[in-house]
Design a protein around this ligand. Structure first.
Ligand SMILES: O=C(O)CCC(=O)C(=O)O
Length: 349
């Protein structure tokens, strides 16, 4: 494990080998050396520990995650939530459930818990991690990204009735790669217009329903065929012989090209525990939102969270969830409004 650190000034901006930046590439990664930090890329750059706020960085240089994402359409960005933040986030999520959703299902499926940014500064901090922001913007080839729905906390409840079954359905690609959104359903090869950024609050393991996916299927550039959703998913067999699961340690994020075929496998959580995650559909900021964001943004703005964040984190949350969708540039596909595509989406199953 590398001893990598991110260093911040008072506004939460990253210290880099050549100044400060709002996001972190390899130039913003430091190693501890006694009472100082030394830049990994340039050992002549040294900062006294007392002059900065330090937070552990992901285990590899940011460029390693981007390389993997470009090659495989999927990477696991570790180290976004520390153990104490995970415990606090789950405590607050259960409290929300207790207050607002006493009738939620207790097994065999996922439940959503709304307005996470209003009740968890830890979630806001993790979602604006500067390495994550750099990775998302680099893959999407833009400096201007947003979330297409408010960050969605989900709890995958333990499997009981579904144990040993093989339910139909579930295979999909993520927004904006839904049927009917792109003209003629023609998904351009490049650039990518969507990334899924799913924060694993709990570890994702084979026995707690880590998301199933078909590696490299983002390259097919079309929605999974009907037969992929029929007859259940038996990993390693038939049409599903190459299906794998996206496993990750607690506090890491699954980052994958939104065109990747994948499926929530409610029938595979044999852990007897809830599996918490925070789901995010990330796209250039002109891509129309998939779900309403305004009410959730207002709840965040009226909450205690903004005061607990740095100026940089507040700016990022503002553009990810609060700002209006930007006008589309001239040279991009004319996307069709998501609500008009919903019926087709349902039929495509
Ligand atoms: O919760 C999961 O395992 C699946 C998540 C998913 O399907 C999605 O993000 O689209």
């Amino acid at each position: 494990m590398n001893d990598y650190w991110l260093l911040f000034d008072g506004d939460g901006m990253c210290r880099t080998i050549d100044g400060v930046a709002r996001k972190a590439d390899d130039r913003a990664i430091w190693r501890r050396d006694g009472d100082s930090f030394v830049a990994v890329l340039d050992s002549s750059k040294v900062l006294p520990a007392a002059s900065v706020t330090a937070r552990p960085a992901p285990a590899r240089p940011p460029s390693a995650y981007l390389e993997e994402l470009r090659e495989f359409g999927f990477t696991v960005l570790d180290g976004l939530l520390a153990a104490d933040a995970i415990a606090e986030l789950k405590r607050r999520a259960y409290r929300e459930l207790e207050i607002h959703q006493q009738d939620a299902i207790e097994s065999d499926g996922r439940i959503g818990i709304q307005n996470s940014l209003a009740w968890s500064a830890d979630a806001a901090r993790a979602l604006t991690n500067p390495v994550a922001v750099w990775l998302l913007e680099s893959y999407l080839a833009t400096e201007s990204i947003h979330f297409c729905h408010p960050p969605g906390v989900t709890a995958m409840r333990p499997t009981r009735e579904l144990a040993g079954t093989f339910p139909d359905e579930g295979w999909h690609s993520d927004y904006p790669y839904h049927p009917g959104v792109f003209p003629d359903d023609d998904w351009p090869e490049a650039p990518a217009y969507g990334l899924q950024f799913n924060l694993c609050v709990d570890a994702f393991t084979a026995d707690n329903a880590a998301t199933q996916y078909l590696p490299m299927s983002h390259k097919k550039r079309h929605w999974p065929p009907r037969e992929f959703n029929l007859g259940g998913t038996r990993m390693g067999e038939g049409l599903h012989r190459d299906v794998a699961q996206m496993t990750a340690p607690a506090g890491a994020a699954l980052v994958y090209d939104a065109r990747m075929w994948h499926r929530a496998c409610d029938e595979l959580n044999s852990s007897d525990e809830d599996r918490f995650a925070i789901l995010n559909a990330v796209a250039p900021n002109w891509v129309l939102a998939f779900g309403p964001k305004r009410a959730s943004a207002a709840r965040y703005l009226a909450s205690a969270t903004p005061a607990l964040l740095t100026a940089r984190e507040r700016r990022d949350i503002r553009r990810f969830v609060c700002d209006r969708t930007a006008a589309a540039p001239a040279d991009v596909p004319e996307l069709i409004r998501p609500e008009r595509t919903l019926e087709r989406f349902r039929r495509a199953g």
